[in-house]
Design a protein around this ligand. Structure first.
Ligand code: FAD
Length: 398
């Protein structure tokens, strides 16, 4: 029979896993955070976070630390990929935005956010951060769990939380459902020093240039010293690993008619690596017994709303609250947690697919959508985002 002294095993030390460990550690729980990579938090690009994540940072005690490393963009703007015209914008830097949503919209280097969460974890002695520990499976013994690692060890604990991302091994052991859904798009990501940016583009807001079957997102990082660029496009080679020259030829062809500002951005791209874009259909249940999932392991989404990490952090705080409210009854806490979270996260997954189609629309559909978007005033824009940016109430009882 597990006791309060038994560790909770969190598999995966990404943003979701780190937030989960911190939530549990702050409540006095023992946590073993197992990460397969050799080091925690070493890679990353830019990330945008909506105002809904700030009440979660408050619960985790990291609001001020995050504020020190982040920036607030003037706007989040959508531009036409050919003409460069503004289609719509969210005035994130305006007072009306913070008056409406109470918290800021931020852009931050993923590594800085990750380190902020990990540094907070390191200050709590009951949290053990264990890199180089790749989980292969688990056994739920009913009154405790055992996790198995690639190097042949078994780690026992009170419960398992799978925060191991899109390709989750914990999820694969829970459900027989195949791989995530590839949507035929790929992403190339680059960060360059701001002084090397030669492209004639804005440097103080988040810009999404939307074209049929392709887009580019860019924004500044680290207090305007760096510049983050993501180029995303549809290609028949989405599942293949290629070489830089082949990737470059594809980009040149795909963006051949794009606005000159976009082409200048592409010249700055590092094309060593590409990511195939994928998500999954939403599911209502992602827990069994003493095992549950969070973040991308539970509800991977397309990036259209820039909310995947926000959802993982919301999950972590909600689950932490429920484990305490249930007095450590993990089965009950996990059931209540998925019930609390599944509609909101499903909505992010499903609306992200719709928004993805809007960004990449073609022909007359594109003209009509641009007209709809450009007719919205500030208050319409805020209303559309309210369900997401107003955030969630944390559970008060199980
Ligand atoms: C191009 C792009 C842009 C994005 N932009 C944004 C954005 O602006 N805003 C936003 O909120 N979200 C964004 N996202 C989504 C966001 O990155 C993810 O939703 C978020 O990182 C999910 O966090 P996670 O902790 O659930 O998973 P992950 O970040 O994937 O972390 C999983 C961790 O588990 C580890 N792991 C995996 N398998 C094992 C194992 N077997 N054993 C032990 N450890 C394991 C991995 O090494 C990793 O550290 C973007 C995604 C992409 C692809």
């Amino acid at each position: 029979m597990s006791s309060r002294a038994d560790p909770i095993i969190v598999v995966g030390g990404g943003l979701g896993g780190a937030a989960m460990a911190l939530a549990l550690g702050r409540a006095g729980r023992r946590v073993r955070l197992l990460e397969s990579a050799a080091e925690f938090g070493v890679i990353g690009y830019g990330i945008q976070l909506g105002p809904n994540v700030f009440p979660m940072f408050d619960r985790l005690g990291v609001r001020e630390a995050v504020r020190r490393v982040c920036d607030v963009p003037t706007t989040v703007r959508m531009r036409d990929a050919f003409s460069g015209d503004n289609v719509t914008e969210v005035p994130t830097g305006r007072e009306s935005f913070t008056a409406r949503f109470k918290h800021p919209y931020i852009i931050v280097h993923r590594v800085d956010l990750h380190m902020t969460l990990l540094d907070a974890c390191r200050k709590i002695p009951s949290i053990s951060l264990e890199a180089n520990t790749s989980v292969t499976g688990f056994v739920d013994h009913g009154d405790h769990v055992a996790v198995h690692t690639e190097d042949g060890h078994a780690i026992e604990g009170a419960a398992v939380i799978g925060a191991d991302g899109l390709g989750s091994r914990v999820r694969a052991a829970l459900f027989d459902e195949g791989r995530p859904r590839l949507n035929g798009y790929v992403a190339h990501r680059t960060i360059v020093p701001m002084e090397t940016v030669t492209a004639d583009v804005s440097r103080d807001d988040v810009v999404l240039w939307a074209g049929p079957g392709f887009h580019i997102v860019h924004y500044p990082l680290r207090h305007d010293t760096m510049f983050n660029i993501v180029a995303v496009f549809q290609t028949s080679t989405y599942s293949e690993k290629g070489e830089v020259d082949k990737y470059r030829a594809e980009l040149i062809h795909t963006y051949r008619n794009a606005h000159p500002g976009m082409k200048q951005l592409l010249e700055m791209m590092d094309l060593e690596r590409r990511w195939a874009i994928s998500d999954r259909d939403p599911i209502r249940h992602w827990s069994k017994g003493r095992v549950t999932l969070l973040g991308d392991a539970a509800h991977p989404t397309l990036q259209s709303y820039a909310q995947g990490a926000c959802m993982a952090i919301e999950d972590a705080v909600c689950l932490g609250e429920l484990i305490e409210l249930s007095g450590g009854d993990f089965v009950q806490a996990f059931q209540r947690y998925e019930a609390e979270r599944c509609v909101r996260t499903a909505r992010v997954q499903l609306e992200s697919r719709l928004l993805w189609d809007v960004y990449h629309a073609e022909g007359l559909a594109r003209d009509a959508l641009w007209q709809v978007l450009s007719e919205r005033n500030e208050s319409d824009v805020y209303q559309c985002l309210a369900w997401l940016y107003d955030g969630v109430a944390l559970p008060k009882s199980v």
